[in-house]
Design a protein around this ligand. Structure first.
Ligand SMILES: [Mg+2]
Length: 438
C-alpha cells in the first residue's frame, strides 16, 4: 500500500480536474426530481460511509463528521437521505457498532444501517442450518447466530473435544493422555470472520477440518475434491495499515499450508467485505429498504461511497459501479451494439448468466445504476505523497497486497472525487444532486 501512494498522488491531480469538470456539467438530473413526500424533498441517491478514517479515528470523532451529520438529519433526528455505514470490521455485532456510532455522531443510528464484513452472511440461507465452524476473535458464536446460523462450533469447542490436535504450544498440551471427547456433529462449512489470536491453533484445526471433510475422527484425505464449503467474510490486505499483520496475512498462511499439503488451491464459496461486490450489493439493498420504509416513491438510482482507503473503499465502489454499468448496458440494445462495434466482439458484453448470481436472487434487483467513489484525506490516503516521474512504471513495480482472488486493476483505484473531509463530501454530493434538505 505504501508503495502505491506515489501513484495515487498522480491520480489526485487528474481526479481533481475531473471532479471540477463533472461538477460543471451536472444539472441534467436532480436529486429532488420534483417529487415530494409529506412536502419534503425526496432523495434519488443514497450514501455509503466508511467509518474509520472518515467518521472516527479510533474512538475519537473526526470533527467534520459531526458537521456532515447535522446536514443529514432533520429536526426530528430522521435521516433526509438513505445512509448506511460500511466497515470491514467484523469483531462485534451490528447493534454494538450502531450504538457506538450513535454516541459518537450524536444522531440515532439503527443496526439496519450498519454493514459489518460478515453482514451479507444473512443472505447465505443455504448454510444457516448446516453445522459451521467459525474462526476469528471476539463474540464469533454470537455473531454467527445473529446472522442466521443455527448450529455453530468455535475453534475452542473443537479444541476441547480433540485436545491432542493442537500441539504447538507445549504448555497447552494435555498433561495426561486423553481421548477425544467426540460429541460434535460433522462440520459442513467453515466461516472465516477475521484474524484469530492463536494463529497456530486455528491454522491447524481448520486444515484438519478441511482434510477430514469435517469429521476429525477420521484420517486426513489429501485428495478431497472439492473440499467442504469455505466462506471468507473479511477480505483484508496481506498486510494492513502500517504493515501490520492481520486477516490477510492469516489467509496467506492458510492458503499456502493447504496448497503445500494437497497441491491444490483453497477455494472459497464466497468472498465478502470491501472491496467485494457482494458487500456493496447488500448496501444497495439496505438503502433501497430505507427508501421503502420512508415511502419515498421513486427509486434510488445513485449511490455515493465515501472512504479513505483506495484499495477497499474506492476499489470496491468502482468495482460495483462497473457491475451496475454492465447491467444497464445489458438492458440497453443501443449500448450493447455500441460495445460490440467498439470491440468487434460480442464477448465484451456480459451475458445474463454471468450477472445472475446468488445475491440477486436473495435481494431482488438493484435500483441503483451508478456508485460513485469519493475519497477523503482524513484517513490512510496521503495527498501529500510525492509524485513519481512515471506513475505507470511505479505501479508495475509495486507488489499488490490485496487478496489472492482479486486481480489488481489500476483503473479501479481512481476516485471519482477527492475532497478534504466528509463534510466536504456531503456538500459536494448535495450540490451534484441539487438536493436541498428542508
Ligand atoms: Mg477507513
Amino acid at each position: 500500500m505504501r508503495g502505491l501512494l506515489p501513484f495515487y498522488r498522480g491520480l489526485y491531480t487528474l481526479s481533481n480536474r475531473q471532479a471540477s469538470r463533472k461538477a460543471g456539467i451536472v444539472g441534467s438530473r436532480c436529486g429532488l426530481c420534483g417529487t415530494q413526500s409529506n412536502s419534503k424533498p425526496q432523495p434519488r441517491f443514497g450514501l455509503l460511509f466508511d467509518i474509520d478514517g472518515v467518521l472516527v479515528r479510533g474512538r475519537m470523532p473526526i470533527p467534520a463528521a459531526t458537521k456532515a451529520f447535522e446536514k443529514l438529519v432533520d429536526s426530528q433526528g430522521r435521516f433526509v437521505v438513505p445512509v448506511v455505514f460500511v466497515t470491514n470490521a467484523g469483531n462485534c455485532l451490528r447493534q454494538t457498532k450502531a450504538d457506538q456510532l450513535s454516541h459518537i455522531l450524536g444522531v440515532p443510528i439503527t443496526q439496519d444501517q450498519v454493514i459489518m464484513s460478515h453482514s451479507p452472511l444473512r443472505m447465505f440461507k443455504k448454510f444457516h442450518d448446516k453445522c459451521v465452524l467459525v474462526s476469528g476473535q471476539g463474540p464469533v458464536l454470537e455473531i454467527a447466530k445473529n446472522v442466521g446460523f443455527k448450529n455453530v462450533i468455535s475453534i475452542d469447542m473443537l479444541r476441547e473435544s480433540y485436545p491432542l490436535l493442537d500441539m504447538v504450544d507445549h504448555n497447552r498440551r494435555p498433561k495426561l493422555p486423553s481421548n477425544p471427547v467426540v460429541n460434535l456433529p460433522k462440520i459442513e462449512a467453515v466461516v472465516l470472520f477475521g484474524e484469530p489470536i492463536r494463529w497456530e491453533t486455528n491454522l491447524q484445526l481448520i486444515v484438519d477440518v478441511l482434510l477430514t471433510n469435517g469429521n476429525l475422527s477420521s484420517s486426513h484425505q489429501t485428495q478431497n475434491t472439492p473440499h467442504l464449503h469455505l466462506v471468507l467474510t473479511y477480505l483484508s490486505s496481506t498486510v494492513s495499515f502500517c504493515s501490520r499483520f492481520g486477516h490477510g496475512t492469516f489467509l496467506v498462511c492458510l492458503e499456502n499450508i493447504y496448497k503445500k499439503i494437497t497441491g491444490k488451491d483453497l477455494k472459497y464459496e464466497a468472498l465478502m467485505g470491501k472491496p467485494s461486490e457482494l458487500t456493496y450489493h447488500f448496501a444497495e439493498y439496505l438503502i433501497r429498504s430505507q427508501a421503502m420504509q420512508r415511502q419515498w416513491e421513486l427509486p434510488v438510482t445513485s449511490l455515493y461511497a465515501i472512504g479513505d482507503n483506495l484499495m477497499t473503499d474506492i476499489y470496491g465502489a468502482n468495482l460495483y459501479n462497473r457491475y451496475l454499468e454492465e447491467r444497464v448496458a445489458r438492458k440497453n440494445p443501443k449500448a450493447v451494439a455500441k460495445m460490440v462495434s467498439a470491440t468487434g466482439s460480442t464477448t465484451a458484453v456480459p451475458r445474463e448468466e454471468e450477472i445472475d448470481s446468488l445475491w440477486e436472487s436473495e435481494l431482488a434487483l438493484p435500483s441503483a445504476t451508478s456508485c460513485k467513489s469519493v475519497l477523503v484525506c482524513t484517513g490512510v490516503y496521503n495527498p501529500n505523497a510525492e509524485v513519481p516521474s512515471d506513475a505507470n512504471h511505479c505501479i508495475k513495480e509495486t507488489v499488490f497486497h490485496g487478496h489472492r482472488d482479486f486481480i489488481f486493476d489500476p483503473g479501479l483505484v481512481e476516485p471519482g472525487h477527492i475532497v478534504q473531509d466528509v463534510a466536504e463530501a456531503v456538500d459536494l454530493i448535495f450540490e451534484q444532486e441539487k438536493f436541498v434538505p428542508q
